[in-house]
Design a protein around this ligand. Structure first.
Ligand code: FEC
Length: 317
């Protein structure tokens, strides 16, 4: 079994911010002002842990896929650890905007003799501005190969019961810390996308709502809100409400405590540590709101088990 696990990617060092940002902008170099602003955001969080988390996810997913599903054999006479019935699994990492790039990963897979594989992004919601773009990068890498690799895609998993349970578990930890859970606001966030994509029929906002609704239902929350964060620095309109704008509305409505969960991102990175933990937290402080954020899934085994389920269900038999 072969897997291409993809994530956004982040620069490893400050001097890599410029080419990374240029790649995000499809080859257009950012202005000095935009570059300075992004570099300052990285500086403010110290470092984005996204590459390390993606690698840890891949290593753990590979280990889980190679273990025979419980119940294990009664006697440990055979090879140890017990072998999965579908044979040795290999998980390759490809990042959308940095290294290893999706192109580098696909080329390495081909060189290793891989001819079929499952492609999955470490982000649960499909968007024309996310998963569709990962797919374009895989397709363009395939064009450079002498023989094709047959990829089966997991395009979204916004309602996977294991994902909902994993998110609910972490939100529950926040609920325990609220002074008055019955009167708090519960806000689920995802990365914003340009409104133009939504007008083209992007299922993204519907899928984000679905995840939020299922977590809320599982925890019997009295109410919940969906907000978008990290809108791009471009003049076009981006999907809202923005989290900071929603915090202002919540304050006006009389809320004192807000529980926030970033359901669009399984991992911690710039958009979580800066946009939520610094920026939204500062807005909340200024408004006199108490904001608590649920911790991320990262490479925790409950999330890796979700990836394993999805990959095994997609693997052609
Ligand atoms: O920790 C890190 O260094 C990387 C954090 C990071 C993640 C991420 C995820 C998503 N993005 C999505 C959409 C867009 C669109 C644009 C865009 C731009 C940026 C910029 C940075 C950035 N994104 Fe991102 N995104 C992360 C970081 N993103 C930095 C450039 C500066 C800025 O605008 O803030 C606009 C691109 C353009 O100009 O054309 C659209 C979506 C996701 C969630 C799915 C995924 O993880 O792939 C959607 C993590």
């Amino acid at each position: 079994m072969n897997v291409l696990l993809m994530a956004y990617g982040t620069p490893y060092a400050p001097e890599e911010v410029e080419p990374y940002y240029t790649d995000i902008r499809r080859g257009r170099r950012p202005s000095e002002e935009l570059l300075k602003e992004l570099a300052e955001r990285y500086e403010a969080i110290g470092k984005s842990p996204l590459n390390e988390i993606t690698l840890a996810q891949a290593v753990r997913l590979q280990a889980l896929l190679n273990l025979e599903a419980p119940p294990y054999p009664k006697r440990l006479l055979g090879p140890f650890p017990p072998r999965a019935p579908h044979g040795p699994a290999r998980v390759y990492v490809g990042t959308k905007h940095w290294h290893p790039s999706i192109g580098e990963a696909v080329a390495a897979m081909h060189e290793d003799g891989v001819r079929r594989a499952v492609a999955i992004v470490a982000a649960p919601h499909y968007s024309l501005r996310s998963v569709a773009e990962y797919r374009e990068k895989v397709d363009s890498a395939l064009k450079a190969l002498p023989e094709p690799i047959d990829f089966v895609w997991v395009e979204s998993y916004e309602a996977h019961p294991g994902l909902i349970a994993a998110y609910a578990r972490r939100l529950e930890e926040v609920i325990w810390r609220l002074k008055n859970p019955g009167k708090a606001a519960y806000v689920f966030t995802a990365h914003s996308i340009p409104v133009a994509a939504v007008e083209k029929g992007d299922p993204y906002p519907r899928q984000v709502e679905k995840t939020a609704e299922l977590i809320a239902k599982r925890l019997a929350l009295p109410r919940f809100h969906v907000a978008y964060q990290s809108a791009g620095r471009t003049p076009e309109p981006w999907l809202g409400p923005d989290i900071n704008e929603l915090l202002r509305t919540l304050k006006e409505e009389g809320y004192e405590e807000v529980a926030v969960q970033a359901v669009g991102f399984p991992a911690d990175h710039l958009e979580v540590f800066y946009d939520l933990d610094l920026e939204a937290q500062a807005t909340a402080r200024e408004l006199g709101l108490r904001l608590l954020r649920a911790r991320s899934l990262n490479a925790d085994l409950d999330y890796i088990q979700v990836l394993k389920d999805l990959v095994e269900a997609a693997w052609p038999r």
